[in-house]
Ligand binder design. Structure first.
Ligand SMILES: C[S@@+](CC[C@H](N)C(=O)[O-])C[C@H]1O[C@@H](n2cnc3c(N)ncnc32)[C@H](O)[C@@H]1O
Length: 252
């Protein structure tokens, strides 16, 4: 297990345990998209993380494939599947590197993964997932909204070029439309991440900026602390707005 994988897991776990996002997005997929699928044979989760989506979704499908480069997460999800007896396999690697030719998915999800994909590879990354979806199936992309507090944090703290290349769900819709995707439907959800302590907010901010900013010098630490005081400090907790969009793309 690499130190990077372990740190990533600790920071992303912090986020998932303190957000109200998934209790909205997962039932939305279950109640709105699953009934539209001709079959619930194969589910593909690209960038599965700790399995927050794979775990509930895999119970609705005959088989699930996860793709996850973080070895700690990958093993945890595989062990979970074995324990509960759902049919699940996967690839512990980069989506762009794996052989996806055998994958024929009824539903493919890319939830909060595109921030980690360099802008130059984004189109290819999404196209590869779309190519794995059967006709009549759906691809779902979940990302923060341009209206979110997280996007405001990026606009304030990232270098202008990094901010420009950081995806929001709205910017991805614009790019995909220009690439010729159609049958797209965007549903927005209000969400927040509530953290009890400022130390946890520091951890979360380190995670959210995706290596684009290092809070490791006096100047950046002062900017971070000022940002927290101005926007994130509440009476008894530290909150950041994390509004999201769930983009579903039907494959005709
Ligand atoms: C923020 S987490 C989201 C996890 C999960 N989809 C969710 O919504 O809870 C992003 C995940 O994408 C994974 N990831 C990053 N780059 C990737 C790549 N090139 N191919 C596949 N997964 C990747 C990371 O390891 C991480 O677990």
């Amino acid at each position: 297990m690499s130190e990077y994988d372990q740190t990533y897991k600790e920071q992303f776990d912090l986020l998932t345990f303190h957000t109200d996002e998934y209790k909205q997005s997962i039932p939305f997929i279950e109640t709105t998209l699953l009934p539209k699928l001709p079959q619930q044979g194969h589910f593909l989760d690209v960038g599965a993380g700790r399995g927050t989506i794979s775990m509930p979704m895999s119970r609705h499908f005959d088989h699930t494939t996860i793709v996850e480069p973080n070895t700690v997460y990958f093993q945890e999800v595989l062990d979970w599947a074995k324990g509960v007896g759902v049919s699940l396999d996967g690839h512990n690697g980069d989506w762009l590197e794996i052989d996806s030719s055998p994958i024929q998915a009824d539903l493919a999800v890319l939830s909060h993964v595109l921030y980690f994909v360099p802008y130059a590879n984004r189109s290819q990354f999404v196209r590869k997932a779309y190519n794995c979806v059967k006709r009549g199936g759906y691809m779902v992309i979940i990302l923060i909204s341009a209206t979110s507090g997280i996007n405001h944090l990026y606009r304030t703290l990232l270098a202008p070029q990094d901010y420009k290349e950081m995806p929001s769900i709205e910017s991805v819709v614009v790019d995909l439309r220009a690439e010729g995707y159609d049958n797209m439907h965007l549903t927005m959800f209000d969400a927040d991440i509530h953290l009890p302590t400022v130390e946890e907010m520091h951890e979360l901010m380190d995670f959210l900026v995706v290596d684009k900013v290092a809070f490791d010098n006096d100047d950046m630490l002062a900017k971070r602390d000022q940002y927290i005081r101005d926007y994130l400090e509440k009476e008894s907790s530290y909150n950041i707005n994390s509004n999201i969009g769930v983009l579903s793309i039907y494959k005709q």
